[in-house]
Design a protein around this ligand. Structure first.
Ligand SMILES: Cc1cc2nc3c(=O)[nH]c(=O)nc-3n(C[C@H](O)[C@H](O)[C@H](O)COP(=O)(O)O)c2cc1C
Length: 325
């Protein structure tokens, strides 16, 4: 008998496949479809800190960028905070799998009180997508770390549901950041968020949006850091995210040490059917490899057994690149 249940950030999921936060998850009825397709949990579309603080007018007055102000005005109008609470309540009414709310934030501020409303609405956990791009020359990393620490501490003081941090991969020391988050109460981390991808239109001389969807080539970093964090920082749940497009990708992330994975681009591309296909293949693989539960192989290939992963990575680099003419 194969059991694909997993423990993630204090939640028991019937399987490790989570539908990631996106436009896919902003309707309760569609979330029910994902549940029917087999999803283990759902992360709702993010609510933005700016929406919660209802500061759109102030933002617009202060903004040096009229286009950005217009965008915020439109977004705030279309995504009212009350609607979000209703989305949580309705998703909880229709679904039995865990519903994880999501807030996109960049400072520890008044929006944090809203986390309590999210909990009261029935969300099983809260995922915080801290969107902060370091662009200031000379900015001290300690300031950035303090920002994360302030956010996690204040949210943990406010709610008792699990709190998960979704981080980007552009940090000089990801393990140090994750360890700091763990020490300050984070129940899990999502590795990684995928930032907006800029591109340049050389005909119209404009900065434009690149592909919103990830590709397979994005998976390597996800595997690398899942394996390192899982090996170095036991006791914090990891959901791998970015570049997971098929069942083999899911198995790779579990072997690297994730207890769950998030899929977004693949669900946009193939529809909810991909969820059941992936789950069927995982069970088939477990059957063939004689694993009866996820815990039997989760983290089997993380970096805990490699004394110095940096040296391992360096020797692989030398092997593959130094010998090429
Ligand atoms: C159209 C679209 C909308 C998204 N909206 C959100 C969002 O509201 N909040 C969030 O945390 N991530 C959002 N994401 C990022 C995804 O949750 C995910 O982190 C990213 O797409 C990488 O995963 P993937 O490789 O499976 O696509 C969005 C992604 C896409 C493609």
């Amino acid at each position: 008998m194969i059991d694909i249940k997993t423990q993630y950030a204090g939640l028991t999921l019937r399987n490790p496949l989570i539908v990631g936060s996106s436009g896919l998850t902003n309707k309760a009825e569609r979330n029910k479809e994902f549940e029917k397709a087999g999803a283990g949990a759902i992360v709702l579309k993010s609510l933005f800190e700016e929406q919660i603080e209802m500061q759109s007018e102030i933002l617009m007055q202060d903004s040096d960028y009229p286009e950005a102000a217009d965008y915020i005005r439109g977004y705030v109008k279309a995504n009212q905070v009350n609607d979000y609470i209703e989305l949580i309540k309705k998703s909880k009414e229709l679904c039995t799998i865990p519903i994880i709310a999501s807030i996109n934030c960049y400072k520890a501020d008044a929006w944090i009180d809203f986390a309590k409303q999210i909990e009261l609405a029935g969300a099983d956990a809260l995922e915080l997508n801290v969107f902060f791009l370091e662009t200031e020359i000379g900015q001290d990393f300690n300031e950035i770390r303090d920002l994360y620490v302030n956010i996690i501490r204040k949210v943990k003081e406010t709610v008792s549901i699990p709190v998960i941090l979704k981080i980007g991969k552009n940090f000089s020391n990801i393990p140090d950041l994750v360890n700091t988050l763990k020490v300050n109460g984070a129940d899990g981390v999502v590795l990684f968020n995928r930032f907006y991808q800029p591109d340049i239109d050389i005909n119209n001389m404009q900065l434009v949006s690149g592909n919103v969807f990830s590709s397979h080539s994005d998976l390597s970093d996800t595997i690398r850091w899942t394996a390192i964090i899982s090996g170095k920082i036991p006791g914090i749940s990891i959901a791998s995210s970015t570049g997971i497009h098929d069942w083999e990708d899911v198995i790779k992330c579990l072997l690297a040490g994730a207890s769950a994975v998030q899929m977004c681009s693949a669900v946009y591309t193939h529809g909810s059917e991909i969820i059941s296909q992936v789950l069927t293949c995982i069970e088939e693989w477990m059957h063939q490899t004689h694993y009866h539960s996820i815990s039997q192989f989760c983290g089997k290939l993380n970096y805990a057994n490699i004394s110095n992963p940096a040296v391992y990575e360096r020797s692989q680099f030398m092997k593959y690149f130094s010998n090429r003419d």
